[in-house]
Design a protein around this ligand. Structure first.
Ligand code: SF4
Length: 264
């Protein structure tokens, strides 16, 4: 996300060469990563007034005697390095860009500094820039853009489950339940520690056993201290494997979170 003094609410026009289009007089571009990102996000539309005015690429560089406002008023001309008068093409290109701005409802333009067409001024304003300013657009040059500070997200966790075709089979909830059974020695004790009912806990175990096709707990009735529940060897192995998996995925997720969400 990017913004300048204020973020354009609708699509802005941008000088096409800033968006990486090879439309400059010398056949090159002057790419701005910020402008390219705006175009990629659908927030800006690239235009090259000199090409739209019918000039070829490459083409001789041009200069304005005076500035774009004087050209619009008929008080100045645009000539290229070969002495050719290209005022008509510059005016045509400016009109095409203004028509596009109207079509798009654009209110902002981000324009290449130093161009006889695009320079947004105020000193040395280009011909297209002058027309867009007259049409009420807010003009900026590429250096006005700064990366928008990324909001710091509160610390977050990531949850994941092992999933089979018919649904989740193992995740952090079941891991805690099995750990609780290992510690408490009963399903009731583990369920209590997790704030769930015996019925819910037993239901989750049964569902997982069905989905995995293996027994997770052995329940032994009776004895001086009442019934007990222990994990099967398969459940203990599954628990250990899931913990290792959880640790590694957690580390990878934390690194990825840092890369993508930490403030710039
Ligand atoms: S006319 Fe504007 S968009 Fe086209 S090359 Fe020149 S500065 Fe870039």
């Amino acid at each position: 996300m990017f913004m300048a003094a204020s973020t354009p609410a609708r699509r802005a026009l941008v000088s096409a060469c800033l968006a990486g289009v090879n439309c400059r007089y010398d056949g090159g571009a002057c790419s701005s990563p910020t402008v390219m990102e705006l175009v990629r996000m659908g927030r800006a539309v690239p235009v090259c007034p000199e090409q739209l005015g019918g000039l070829p690429t490459p083409r001789p560089p041009a200069r304005v005697s005076g500035d774009g406002r004087a050209v619009l008023a008929g008080d100045a001309r645009v000539t290229d390095a070969q002495g050719e008068d290209v005022t008509i093409q510059f005016l045509r290109g400016a009109a095409e860009v203004a028509a596009l701005a109207h079509l798009l409802g654009a209110r902002d333009a981000i324009l290449k500094r130093g161009s006889p067409s695009c320079d947004p001024g105020p000193a040395g304003m280009g011909v297209t820039a002058a027309l867009l300013a007259r049409e009420g657009l807010d003009l900026r040059h590429e250096d006005d853009l700064a990366p928008e500070p990324r909001a710091a997200l509160p610390p977050v966790g990531v949850k994941w489950w092992l999933v089979a075709r018919d649904g989740p089979v193992f995740g952090a909830g079941l891991r805690s339940l099995l750990e609780g059974i290992r510690t408490a020695g009963t399903i009731t004790g583990a369920a209590l520690a997790m704030g769930m009912s015996y019925r819910q806990a037993w239901g989750r175990i049964r569902l997982t056993e069905r989905r995995l096709g293996m027994k997770l707990v052995d329940t032994r009735a009776g004895g001086a201290r009442g019934g007990a529940t222990i994990l099967t060897p398969g459940a203990r192995e599954l628990l250990d494997s899931f913990r290792g998996f959880e640790r590694e995925v957690g580390e990878a997720a934390a690194a990825s979170f840092e890369r993508h969400f930490s403030p710039r």
